[in-house]
Each structure stands twice: as structure tokens, then as C-alpha cells.
Write a protein that binds this ligand. Sequence first.
Ligand SMILES: [Cu+2]
Length: 336
Amino acid sequence: MNGATKAGAYVLGLAVVFGGALGVGRLVGPIGDAVAETSHDTGHVSAGPAKAGESGQSAAVPGGLQISAGGYTLTPRTDVVEPGETVDFRFTVTGPDGRPVTRFSVEHEKKLHFIVVRRDMSGFQHLHPELKDGGVWSVPLTLPAAGEYRAFADFAPEGASGMTLGMDLSAPGDYRPEPPAAPVRTAAVDGYTVTLAGDLAPGRTSKLTLSVSRDGKPVTDLEPYLGAYGHLVALRDGDLAYLHVHPDGEPGDGRTAPGPAITFFAEAPSPGAYRLFLDFKHGGAVRTAEFTVTAGGAAVPAPESTPGVKESPSREKAPAEKDAPEASHNPDDHSH
Ligand SMILES: [Cu+2]
């Protein structure tokens, strides 16, 4: 990449960051409004020099940004959940015929994967709601602290291709967002160390390898979880676009080892920072390791050097060091 291109990409990166920040600020509103706002943000992302020649919104909108796509719409019974209270959260997926969808294909051993995370990327949860009569999905849900949350439903209606729809949930109260996490390739969780190799690349699929060790020894007896040795969710910083990720190989296929390495292919839609959440199972429990990576290398400034986006005191903070006690980057707080 030459200097001029790099400078252009840098400016694009800032535009994405600021566009995302505006989006977050505006997301306090009815869910219906959020659709238009995310479309607007997507316009920012695709309007840059990297995609010059395309007009406005690209056909390939990343998953999770829309509450309705391809004729399917997420309809929650409520979008407000009191922080700290466990509620029976219910929603339906309405199909092109206007009725709740009742038949879903099984993907990764489940008919629907439900991911919930606060807008600041804290408090990640990966849940599996139960399908009740009439196409009603039900799941016990706790939003641990006040704030704006994003919930993703990852599913495939029978006879249709897979999709991820997203909706906003609010936990009323005093919300103090966590500062963005600095890029980190090694995560510690429950005594395990998980190391990430490989880079996300904007606009194409790339290979990511996560290696699990414990007490300095590679873990070679990972347990299958959701039909794989790991389940990876990747979200774009700024708008929480939900990336398409799939594992390379599965337990019992004769070529995939139960650790220490778990390999995925992930597609980053644009340069910028992404948060990765790896669920893996060992010792009978599912654990989540979290990483922050930057797609496009130095083209986008790391959070520490982004001018004007946040105050300097946050720069010294590691993700685990919080001012706000209600924050839940602590892996022990994650629900599984
Ligand atoms: Cu799942």
C-alpha cells in the first residue's frame, strides 16, 4: 500500500469510527428507528475509497445490523429488561407470509443461536432459546447492568438460507460504557490461556487459529461444543456488525484434532477493530475467551491512538481493570 492510499484508508477508518459513534448515540429509540440508522451507518462504511464505484449501500450488508431482512423480521415481546433481573425473554421470527416461522433448520446443533452483548462489547452471552408452540422463542435472560444491548438471532428458516438479525434491548439505569479494549491476542479465562494466530483481512476470508493451553501445557482433549471444538463470534467495533465465521473441520471427521488449535474462517467486511468471542468446552464447562483484533493492519489507528474519541485516562486501562463495578468483562460473569 503506498503512502497516499494509506492516508486515504486512514481517513476512511476515522469516518467509520465516527459514523459508528454517531450510530451508538442515536440508538436510544424505538427498534423500528434502528433499522434506518444501521442502514445509514452501513452507507458510511461502503462509501469510502475502498469500494469506490459502488453506489450507496452494498448488496452484501453484514449480518446482525438489521431487525428485518429478506422478508424475515425479529419481533420481541419487549425490548426493555430491568438490569439484574432474570426474565423469560420471548420473541418470534416473522416470515414473508407475515406469520411466525415455526420450522427452522438445525445449524451447529441448534435451531437458533442467540447472542447478547452490551453495546460496549461487555457481558457477552451465547444462549439457546427454546422453540415453543406458535413459533415463540423463549429464553431466561439477564442483562447484568444498565445499558444498551444488542441481541442477535442466528438461524435458518427451513428451506431458506441462514441469516443473522439483530435487535436493540435496553436495561434502564446509569450506563457507563467501558473504554474500547486495546488489541489483544492472548486471553486468559478460568485458568486457560488462549492465543490467537492469523489476521482478519478487510473484504476477504481469512484463517484464524486459536490455541488453548492450561498451566503452560497444550490442551489436547477439548470437548465438542455445538458440533465443533469451538464456536467463534466476531463483532465489528462501532456498529456490532456480526461476521460470518465457520470452523474448519468438526469432531469425528478424521482430520480435526481436539485441540490445542481450533481453526476458523472469518470474513471482515471492512478495515477496523473487531471483538472476537471464542466459546470452547473443557472439563465439562463452556468458557469464553475474548480478543480484539484490527483488520487492515496499520490502516486504522488502534484505540489508544485514536484522537478525540476518548479521554486519555482510559488509555492505561487493561480490559480487566474497571472503574464501574457493574461491568462484566470478568469471564466468570458470562452466562452459558
Ligand atoms: Cu449457539
